[in-house]
Design a protein around this ligand. Structure first.
Ligand code: PXG
Ligand code: PLP
Length: 447
């Protein structure tokens, strides 16, 4: 493939690295020793120095079918030559309707309507707004409070950081949304360290929702939003029965349940969605990333029939929901999305992920006993290794392991004192061995 060679005429120097203010990055560290990628194919990146890097993280949890897959590349190429853009408001184009129908057909239960956004952050803000507007449309306008969870990640919009629970993502940004409360997170290393899959204990943590309801009264609460598996914070796997319990309590009190499946959607757990995997039907699902295999930015909110119908029945002006983005349902994203769904299906990638899960689980847990490792967690094709922080220097140890692993040719993701893994679903057993083996070597050296 020639998709690596022609773009390498870029010599990094302090001058040309300065202008780009990098997101969620230690800019000064990066610019002093940049890690630049210039090409990608299937399971590998090509670094600017020509090295092949095995992708242990599907980019940032998004490239579920592997990189630069011909079918998707071709679909985007054809679409951009046919029609670059169509207005999203009061106008439409066929691919957006086709993609929405295809998605609705693969969703569980009566989740059957799709609102397009351009990212997971936008999907989250959209879902929160739909939840509040839905109650209002039913004459239940006091239901405005939103309940998130400690350590949750719901993107970086003001809605998302308000219901989110990652302290550094919140503390620099003022008062945030009012009327938000948080459930406790479910990580209990003392009780559950090195559990394979879902921990047996901790479902009772969902009962905290009853305490929150008692405090604010159900008549004031619009929705609860959780990641079925909390990934960004360092992979927190829900205890057995926990999500079922949350669903029961929401039902009891007329509260909408939102699953943020930006990472867990599209096969990451070896099922279409985490909602399928856990057998729990939320009222709204937020998604992004794998919806286009990361090729073109796109996010979406999936809504149950009753929610959409409520907006359609409500007598009001010419527009039912005063919300949308210039690029909602962008033609290139829709083309990428349709080709992505075809590819997932043709290659049976979600079933493949399911079949690989026991091998993956054993491989990741083989790092038990490695230096300074205090916990290992996994579910589906997700893995995480947590380290004892260096005294007084939190996050430094995992960052050193991440750098060492990259030097040795494997891309991982660092988050606090955790290394997270989430390879494309096309990963082979030999590549799983390489990812875990390289991480083990890096731990010996850096941890
Ligand atoms: N919700 C969840 C559950 C996410 O994981 C978002 C919302 C926001 O999506 P956008 O497209 O606005 O970034 C996310 C994104 C990491 C990492 O390595 C995770 C995300 C993004 C970047 C890095 O933990 N999650
Ligand atoms: N800011 C201004 C000045 C705009 O005109 C618009 C869209 O028209 C936006 C922000 C929102 O941009 P987007 O629709 O891409 O989210």
């Amino acid at each position: 493939m020639s998709n690596t060679a022609e773009i390498v005429d870029f010599e990094p120097s302090p001058n040309n690295l300065e202008a780009f203010w990098m997101p969620f990055t230690n800019n000064r560290q990066f610019k002093s020793k940049p890690r630049l990628l210039v090409g990608a194919k299937d399971m590998h990146y090509t670094a600017i120095d020509g090295r092949k890097i095995l992708d242990g993280t599907a980019g940032l949890w998004c490239v579920n079918a592997g990189h630069c897959r011909e079918k998707i590349v071709e679909a985007v190429r054809a679409q951009v030559g046919r029609m670059d853009y169509a207005p999203a408001f009061q106008m439409g184009h066929p691919a957006a309707f086709q993609l929405a129908s295809r998605l609705a057909a693969m969703l569980p239960g009566d989740l059957d309507h799709v609102f397009f956004t351009n990212s997971g952050s936008e999907a989250v803000d959209t879902a929160l707004k739909i939840a509040i507007a839905y109650h209002r449309a039913r004459g239940d306008g006091t239901r405005q409070r939103l309940i998130g969870r400690e350590r949750g990640y719901h993107g970086v919009g003001f809605g998302g950081i308000s219901v989110g629970g990652i302290a550094p993502n919140r503390k620099f940004f003022g008062a945030l949304l009012t009327g938000v409360d948080h459930l406790p997170h479910t990580l209990d290393i003392k009780a559950n360290a090195f559990t394979k899959g879902q921990p047996a204990s901790g479902a009772n943590l969902a009962d905290d929702l009853e305490r929150i309801v008692a405090l604010h009264d159900a008549s004031n609460i619009a929705a609860v939003i959780v990641e079925p598996v909390a990934c960004s914070t360092g992979v927190i796997v829900p205890p057995q029965g926990y999500l079922q319990r949350l669903r029961q309590i929401c039902d009891k009190h007329g509260i909408l349940l939102i699953f943020d499946e930006v990472i867990t959607g599209f096969g990451r757990l070896g099922a279409n969605f985490a909602a399928d995997y856990f057998g729990v039907l939320p009222d709204l699902i937020t998604t992004a990333k794998g919806i286009t295999n990361g090729t073109v930015p796109m996010g979406a909110v999936f809504a149950r029939k009753g929610i959409y119908d409520t907006f359609m029945q409500h007598p009001q002006g010419p527009i039912e929901l005063f919300h949308g983005y210039t690029y909602s349902g962008h033609p290139l994203a829709c083309a990428a999305g349709l080709a992505t769904l075809d590819l997932y299906k043709e290659e049976g990638l979600f079933e493949r992920a399911k079949e690989l899960t026991p091998y993956w689980q054993d491989a990741v847990h083989s790092l038990k006993g490695a230096r300074n490792v205090i916990d290992i967690r996994d579910l589906g094709l997700i893995g995480a290794v947590e380290f004892e922080p260096r005294p007084g220097k939190p996050t430094e140890r995992a960052f050193d392991v991440f750098l060492q692993t990259y030097e040795k040719g494997v891309l991982t993701r660092v988050s606090g004192d955790i290394i997270a893994l989430s390879p494309p679903l096309i990963v082979s057993k030999a590549q799983i061995d390489q990812i875990v083996g390289t991480l083990g070597d890096a731990i010996k050296q850096a941890a």
